[in-house]
Design a protein around this ligand. Structure first.
Ligand SMILES: C[S@@+](CC[C@H](N)C(=O)[O-])C[C@H]1O[C@@H](n2cnc3c(N)ncnc32)[C@H](O)[C@@H]1O
Length: 367
């Protein structure tokens, strides 16, 4: 079994030496094409060819409403997403990329002045730090200092996933979010596949079983992980497909808000919200996640968590809010969960059947 340092050295070698450009990847786990909104396509057209050619991400990790924000990119590689963010946060925003692979950092640092000039900024608003994401606490970054943390196809490569998620939670300010893309599996992956350097480097065998990931997120304080987008990874390499027979992989963009009031499940308080419009990138509708798209001018019922994900974040000023948390009506049925007990109809039916013979058990349900 490889130890954590051997796994990390393998990843450094893969991204520092084995891969020269995205076309050297053996599967489509990284770099599977995805749809891109126009404002991001426009920003992408300004990124240098060298940086674009060394992009190894697996999803779109650029949330809306970024102007002026401070953003941290975990595993920034050659810097494609950092330079996109540099453009979108504007001159008054700030972007920090962290990576451990010298060859990737060298390309990123060499391209800072090109992009600063291209965007017409007086001074760079982006920096790249060398560091191990398992030891984010050693980089001297301040608690609560980032509005958003992004990451693109990286956390699967990190052996100690709890450490990186817990430190991310610490570095985010209240109301901030981790918005990131990664690879997940339909079940836990056995150690012999984790030890395979190619499968690991291709962002496959380090992937978490999706339910372990959701539980870990909750454990470190991200109480209600939301899926923005998910799609199956087809691998498209017969040799590797055979090694991974029976395992299904998905590329998923998650959005994890740091909001202390979030509850582990969606609860109903009779609340509603209305998107007033006004976000440049969302003129007609705002997408909170894959299940929540708010049309401009339409009042929509929401659970307490969705209410807080808008009310306690940078999106608040674009919405009208109706209701409060004073009355609880039970679990919110449209968010994937129902009361786990037998329903009122069958209870009533049992009561009426049992009435003649045993009124005690019929009334209480205790036995
Ligand atoms: C699949 S590439 C993605 C790079 C970049 N996000 C992109 O989209 O092009 C994974 C990156 O994560 C970095 N990485 C992996 N494990 C790391 C760790 N423990 N600490 C810092 N960087 C790490 C690698 O060096 C590599 O640049």
């Amino acid at each position: 079994m490889l130890d954590q340092n051997e796994i990390k050295e393998g990843v450094k070698e893969y991204y520092g030496e084995t891969l020269k450009t995205s076309s050297d990847l053996q599967t489509n786990a990284c770099c599977d094409p995805y749809s891109m909104p126009n404002h991001i396509k426009t920003a992408l057209s300004e990124i240098s060819d060298e940086v674009v050619s060394k992009y190894y991400g697996c999803g779109l990790t650029i949330p809306t409403e970024l102007n002026g924000l401070s953003v941290l990119d975990l595993g920034s590689g050659a810097g494609r997403d950092c330079f996109l963010l540099s453009k979108l946060v504007g001159e008054n925003g700030k972007v920090t990329g962290v990576d451990m692979t010298d060859a990737q950092l060298e390309v990123a640092n060499r391209n800072i002045s090109y992009h600063t000039e291209k965007f017409g900024y007086k001074k760079p608003n982006v920096e790249f730090l060398k560091g191990d994401l398992e030891k984010l606490d050693e980089l001297g970054l301040k608690d609560g200092s980032y509005d958003a943390v992004v990451s693109n196809c990286v956390i699967n490569l990190i052996p100690n996933k709890e450490s990186v998620l817990a430190n991310t939670h610490r570095l985010l300010r209240e109301g901030g979010e981790l918005y990131f893309s990664d690879v997940y599996c339909n079940r836990r992956i056995p150690q012999e596949l984790v030890n395979d350097k190619e499968l690991y480097g291709e962002c496959l065998s380090g992937a978490m079983y999706w339910n372990d990931f959701e539980n870990l997120s909750k454990k470190v304080g991200f109480s209600d992980p939301r899926i923005v987008e998910s799609k199956p990874i087809t691998i498209e390499n017969p040799r590797l497909q055979q090694m991974l027979a029976g395992f299904e992989f998905y590329s998923v963009v998650y959005r994890l808000f740091k909001i202390s009031e979030l509850e582990p499940h969606c609860e109903e308080y009779g609340q509603a919200i209305e998107y007033k419009g006004g976000m440049d990138e969302a003129p007609n509708a705002f997408m909170l996640d894959g299940h929540h798209v708010f049309q401009k001018g339409k009042i929509e019922s929401v659970c307490g968590n969705s209410y807080n994900m808008i009310h306690k974040t940078r999106f608040k000023k674009y919405f009208n809010f109706y209701g409060d948390f004073s009355t609880h009506y039970g679990i919110y049925k449209d968010c994937g969960m129902n009361i786990p007990y037998s329903n009122i109809d069958s209870t009533a039916k049992n009561n009426s059947t049992n009435n003649d013979t045993n009124t005690d058990t019929a009334a209480g349900g205790c036995c």
